[in-house]
Design a protein around this ligand. Structure first.
Ligand code: DHE
Length: 522
């Protein structure tokens, strides 16, 4: 008895000494991970039933957020709280461990992709939509609060369905040309196929380990998935999510690269992608009769000789275009002749003519232009495009006839997204960052003046806008866990409805997306 008491006081003493230690060693993080996390997040930290725990996915969780999630758990997910299980020092060691880059770049081969594919057993195709709403005026609302998508009737705003998505959806979903099927991508590389007519998931597949975005081909048969990890571009068949091709992404000289983003260029019948780590853009034909592409010659360092590069033609023929610097995100002019890209340093934009395959202009766009959110419209008979900046309180408006900056609109803070519609005289621009994150600017497309600043949820983040197919309503997110989608009359700018949602992020109208509406980004 006496002995037991003595040993438990000794243990208590040791425990308090350990708790007082500033941090544990990296090895401890590794063994704690193996004991407490690997079962759900995978032995290699690449994900399992839980998401991947690697710096590529965690770097958006700044400051002590990772430790907070470990200690407090995540509501509405299977992530439990570890505060009663692990000490503060152990939680800190775990957080440090999962923020450490992987020792080796992991592979994710065609075989891995194929093995991850699962088709829904209960999916039943239908001959017509299961609902009476206009199938081309449906909205999908991504609710990142609990990883769901709400399907809304775009006329009545009635919710037709709400389905679970993979963890952490990012970027715009992509629709088949007839608007029936939609593909949704998560940052962990999962691609989900959903049948809007049947209101049912069709299946899902993991196309990469850490992915940027997806693009669908003009004919709706192929889906391109841009990956950071591994350095690949995966092509899936939209019919059954089978993997069709995996491109290893390297430049001409063999240096590997992440893919910044991939988009469909409909008039060119191709996918265009920018590479993040090497100064090349790729164009991949989605036309089975595409012209042959000759890639020329390269000096092979390993073999010490000049080698002929492979040439390709037809479906998936790949063309490389050299740029002066690696590009981040980009935007096209309306006829897809030119690509306007942001350089990785975020200080300027470059214009690349895709027909001749070279850079033709540079744009002064300091402050991290967010070109993926760029939109264009006609102003005084000339087409202009506008982009927000992630690090400056302004929008830049550029004339695409001579690539000059025709206007700068001062905003109440840096913004993320812009939207308009052919039938609206206004551009809606959010203020995503800083103390005025509750503001939404409504800007006259002709005068470039802010005509009204809406503050529908004071103190809360108000962001991202999408119009219905007619441009009659504008839907705005209150980007909070206990948030909402607010429906505004796009003309009077008055609130019409408020629909409670869990941290709604992007909203996507089928018609605007499949017709490449003038006011929408890709
Ligand atoms: Fe996004 C679209 C890149 C951070 C929400 N974002 C895109 C696209 C790209 C991109 C390339 C276009 C894809 C498409 O639609 O096909 N995003 C980046 C970044 O590089 C950045 C700055 C850093 C990163 O972490 O990757 C970034 N994005 C964010 C966020 O932090 C946001 C606000 C929250 C989140 O969910 O991660 C965010 N991004 C979005 C949304 C879209 C998007 C909602 C689709 C907008 C649309 O209307 O199409």
């Amino acid at each position: 008895m006496i002995l037991r008491t003595a040993s438990s006081s000794f243990l208590l003493l040791v425990a308090s000494l350990v708790a007082a230690l500033p941090a544990l060693a990296a090895d401890d993080g590794h063994s704690l991970y193996a004991e407490h996390c690997a079962a759900c997040h995978g032995g290699q930290r690449l994900g399992g039933t839980g998401p991947a725990l690697i710096p590529e996915t965690l770097k958006r969780m700044r400051g002590p957020v990772v430790s907070k999630v470990i200690s407090g758990g995540r509501a509405a997910t299977q992530m439990p709280s570890f505060s009663g299980v692990l000490s503060e020092a152990e939680i800190a060691a775990l957080a440090d461990y999962i923020k450490t880059p992987l020792a080796n770049k992991p592979d994710w081969t065609e075989t891995d992709i194929a093995a991850s594919r699962s088709m829904a057993d209960d999916y039943e195709s239908v001959d017509a939509p299961k609902f009476s709403a206009d199938p081309l005026n449906i909205f999908l609302v991504v609710e990142t609060g609990d990883h769901h998508v709400s399907v809304l009737d775009g006329d009545t705003f009635e919710r037709l369905d709400r389905f679970a998505t993979p963890f952490a959806v990012h970027g715009g979903p992509k629709f088949t040309p007839n608007g029936r099927f939609v593909f949704i991508m998560s940052r962990d590389g999962w691609v989900q196929k959903y049948d809007i007519w049947a209101l049912q998931e069709v299946g899902r597949v993991r196309a990469g380990l850490n992915s940027r975005n997806i693009a669908i081909s003009k004919d709706g048969r192929w889906l391109a998935v841009a990956n950071y990890l591994p350095n690949t571009l995966t092509i899936l068949s939209t019919a059954d999510l089978a993997v069709e091709r995996v491109f290893d992404v390297t430049d001409k000289g063999g240096t590997p690269s992440r893919v910044s983003a991939v988009y469909q260029a409909p008039t060119r019948d191709s996918f265009v992608l920018a590479l993040k780590d090497v100064a090349e853009i790729w164009e991949i034909a989605t036309d089975p009769n595409a012209e042959p592409v000759y890639e020329g010659y390269v000096h092979s360092r390993e073999k010490g000789m000049v080698e002929a590069l492979p040439s390709s033609k037809g479906l998936f023929a790949r063309r490389r275009i050299a740029t002066s610097e690696p590009l981040d995100d980009f935007f096209f002019d309306p006829d897809y002749r030119n690509l306007i890209g942001a350089t990785r340093g975020g200080s300027k934009g470059v214009v690349v003519n895709l027909n001749v395959g070279r850079e033709i202009a540079q744009l002064p766009l300091p402050g991290m232009p967010h070109l993926g959110s760029g939109i264009s419209w006609m102003r005084d008979g000339k087409r202009v495009m506008a982009t927000p900046h992630l690090k400056e309180s302004k929008l830049s408006v550029i004339g695409i006839d001579d690539w000059s900056v025709v206007g700068t609109i001062k905003t109440e803070g840096p913004g993320f997204f812009l939207r308009s519609h052919e039938n609206s005289p206004y551009v809606w621009a959010d203020v995503f960052f800083g103390p005025n994150k509750d503001a939404m600017h409504v800007i006259d497309k002709q005068s470039l003046q802010i005509v009204k600043t809406l503050r529908p949820a004071p103190g809360q983040t108000v962001a991202h806008v999408e119009f219905d197919r007619y441009g009659k309503y504008a839907l705005v997110s209150v980007w909070e866990d206990d948030g909402a989608v607010i429906v505004f009359d796009a003309k009077t700018l008055e609130e019409v409805r408020r629909l409670p949602m869990r941290k709604p992020s992007g909203k996507y109208n089928v018609w605007n997306k499949i017709t490449f509406s003038d006011g929408t980004s890709h």
